[in-house]
Write a protein that binds this ligand. Structure first.
Ligand code: SF4
Length: 121
């Protein structure tokens, strides 16, 4: 049986939650204070997700890099695939804030979007 200690990040209280189980079968969840925290801990145990924030190469602007993020949290185990795609990207200015750079990146269902605008020079 696997035991995982999860620090809940849903609110600033940061409850420590212990999840026990195997693969996607959860046997017990202890330490949460509310239902949202219980769900967070269950998701962390079965399929942890993170919002991906990074930069891509930018051409035709004053800055060489454009900050980007995923439009939704993506499975942690797909982040290396996302980064492989991102490393091969080069975006040409102008770019608008929230512009979609890649749709459904690495099959995550999330888009890669610009975090700010970049004017062309
Ligand atoms: S379990 Fe509930 S109260 Fe505790 S940190 Fe998570 S959201 Fe906040």
């Amino acid at each position: 049986m696997r035991e995982q200690l999860v620090t809940c990040t849903v609110c600033p209280l940061g409850c420590s939650i212990t999840v026990k189980g195997e693969a996607d079968k959860i046997e017990s969840v202890e330490g949460f204070t509310c239902k949202r925290g219980e769900q967070y801990a269950r998701d962390e145990f079965i399929c942890p997700k993170r919002t991906l924030t990074t930069t891509v190469r930018l051409t035709g602007s004053t800055e060489p890099l454009l900050p980007v993020r995923s439009s939704a949290p993506v499975p942690k185990d797909l982040i290396p695939s996302c980064m492989k795609i991102i490393r091969g990207l080069s975006v040409a200015a102008p770019v608008s804030d929230h512009q979609v750079i890649v749709n459904d990146i690495a099959g995550t269902g999330a888009a890669l979007v610009a975090c700010r605008e970049a004017k062309a020079v």
